[in-house]
Design a protein. Structure first.
Length: 230
């Protein structure tokens, strides 16, 4: 199968470390600078030791930005609880961690789809691929965390790349996302391993020229997708 024909590189900045008092302006600036989607980090203070924002904020942002693809990265203990409110808020893809709900992953995937959203399954660094294998066919995307979820600005964990490689080897057309410590110094490892959906927080937010960072990340990933195809 012609892999490059369907596998697309997508860059999704995380606004976690942006000036959240200017959430709309920051988000719009990222989209105007070439972002393909927005990665919105939702934390409940329980699954991770931190809080961010929830569906009321996402709903307000959606009113100001009607058309962009919104992914919510649900770092929450009970992902089922927020499916309906997030669908109502206009979320495009609901990505949840499987760790707290291992016995209930399939019904949750079904509910997310029934609510009209795409399904993403996220793995913490300590979670092996075996935990997600049986669910891959029911998901639109697998997120391999490259830091412990909870905070922006942490160091990229290169030792997560074998998980990405395994997924790419076995699922040539699967959307595989990496998140945590991804920037110009670490994008090569992600691209070579086979990631095609790239979340990047501080590396984009803190850049003077967001457009050029997004373009460089894209160029690296696209050249890997291309190389694999020839
Ligand atoms: C971490 C979040 C990430 C984070 C990425 O818990 O899921 O999305 O904001 O930020 P950087 O790229 O700074 O690690
Ligand atoms: Zn995230």
């Amino acid at each position: 199968m012609d892999r490059a024909a369907s596998l697309k590189c997508k860059i999704g900045p995380s606004i976690l470390n942006a000036d959240l008092s200017q959430l709309y302006a920051e988000s719009q600036r990222l989209l105007d600078s070439g972002a393909d989607y927005l990665h919105l980090d939702v934390m409940d203070g329980s699954f991770v030791p931190n809080l961010t924002f929830g569906h009321p904020v996402v709903k307000c942002l959606r009113k100001r930005i009607p058309h962009a693809f919104f992914e919510t990265h649900m770092m929450v203990q009970d992902p089922e609880q927020w499916i309906e409110p997030m669908a109502d808020a206009g979320v495009s893809q609901y990505t949840f961690h499987i760790e707290p709900v291992l016995k209930n992953v399939m019904p949750i995937c079904r509910k997310i789809r029934e609510a009209g959203m795409k399904v993403g399954l996220a793995l913490k660094p300590a979670t092996g691929i075996d935990a997600v294998r049986q669910f891959i066919d029911h998901a639109d995307m697998i997120l391999i965390m490259t830091v412990e979820p909870g905070f922006g600005g942490q160091k990229f964990m290169t030792d997560m790349m074998p998980k990405v490689q395994w997924l790419r080897h076995n699922y040539p057309l699967l959307d595989i996302e990496v998140d945590g410590g991804v920037g110009l110094n670490t994008i090569n490892a992600c691209a070579e391993a086979g990631a095609n959906m790239i979340v990047s927080g501080t590396a984009i937010i803190n850049a003077c020229d967001q457009r050029s960072v997004i373009a460089s990340l894209r160029e690296t990933v696209e050249s890997s997708i291309h190389k694999c195809n020839v």
